[in-house]
Design a protein around this ligand. Structure first.
Ligand SMILES: [Fe+2]
Length: 278
């Protein structure tokens, strides 16, 4: 099978089919996993994909144990009318990591683009590579972030949970540091539905603004930040341990429909910061 491999900037890899006849199932998972390890983000484009959510979930089993939610294995990310949570609205979503409120934190996020906005409608999925971010930061700042924890409380349809994490912490099974941070929603977003409660621990109140600004400037800097413009049938596999992710706002009528599956590491990573969960 022929395909073309291109490096994305500032991180990630794009694998594009040559011709219209190849199915994503025909790509070697071992090859894709090797790219995933190296690049933290793999985009597969131009292949035939899945004709149902079950078909997609079945494919994801190749990557490991698929994590089960109250709604099943596949989250349908599509705007709802009168949403009860910002996830199902069309506004921006601040950077965060998935599973932060759940008993297990998945390693892989696998997205399937069922339908994509037009180029001028927004709705890119945003990724920030925290491993690069740490490498680029002064050592004294990294030390400071190791000593600051943030406690997050969130209640939504699928859970009610409180979790805490240092901003800089060790990768679950690699000898490297990563950042875990759910940035507070920007203050100028008027209708942000159901924001989490965010409490910084170990920071004087008058340093909060400075710390949040430093983190925002770092995590959105061009050296660490990639925003993915969706095309129909894109598959994106992202490293939920190393990256943070979010979403840009999009126009209300944009035909944006993503499916998302969580796949656990082996063994599954138990959420170290979960304080309460139901
Ligand atoms: Fe997410």
């Amino acid at each position: 099978m022929k395909y073309t491999v291109t490096h994305l900037k500032p991180f990630g890899i794009l694998i594009e089919a040559d011709g219209n006849d190849h199915h994503v199932k025909d790509l070697s998972t071992k090859m894709l996993k090797n790219y995933f390890e190296e690049e933290k983000l793999v985009v597969v484009r131009g292949f035939k994909t899945f004709d149902s959510s079950d078909d997609f979930a079945g494919y994801c089993e190749r990557w490991g144990e698929v994590s089960l939610w109250p709604f099943g294995k596949v989250l349908e990310l599509v705007r709802q009318n009168n949403p009860e949570d910002h996830i199902f609205d069309n506004n921006y979503v601040p950077l965060h990591w998935d599973g932060m409120y759940r008993p297990e934190v998945p390693e892989y996020q696998i997205f399937h683009c069922v339908d994509s906005p037009n180029i001028d409608q927004g709705g890119r999925t945003t990724f920030s590579n925290t491993s690069i971010a740490i490498d680029q930061s002064p050592a004294e700042l990294v030390e400071l972030w190791k000593n600051i924890s943030v406690r997050y409380t969130r209640k939504m349809e699928f859970y009610e949970s409180t979790t805490i994490s240092p901003i800089v912490t060790k990768h679950p099974y690699r000898e490297q540091f990563i950042m875990r941070y759910n940035e507070p929603p920007a203050k100028d977003i008027p209708d942000f539905i159901n924001p989490p409660i965010i409490e910084f621990v170990g920071v004087e109140e008058d340093h909060l603004d400075e710390i949040q600004t430093q983190l925002r400037e770092l995590l959105y800097s061009p050296q660490v930040y990639y925003a993915h413009t969706w095309q129909k049938n894109d598959i994106v596999i992202s490293d939920n341990f190393t990256l943070l992710h979010g979403r840009e706002a999009y126009t209300q009528d944009a035909p944006r429909h993503l499916q998302r599956v969580h796949v656990n590491s082996s063994p599954a990573f138990k959420n170290p910061g979960l304080e309460s969960y139901r």
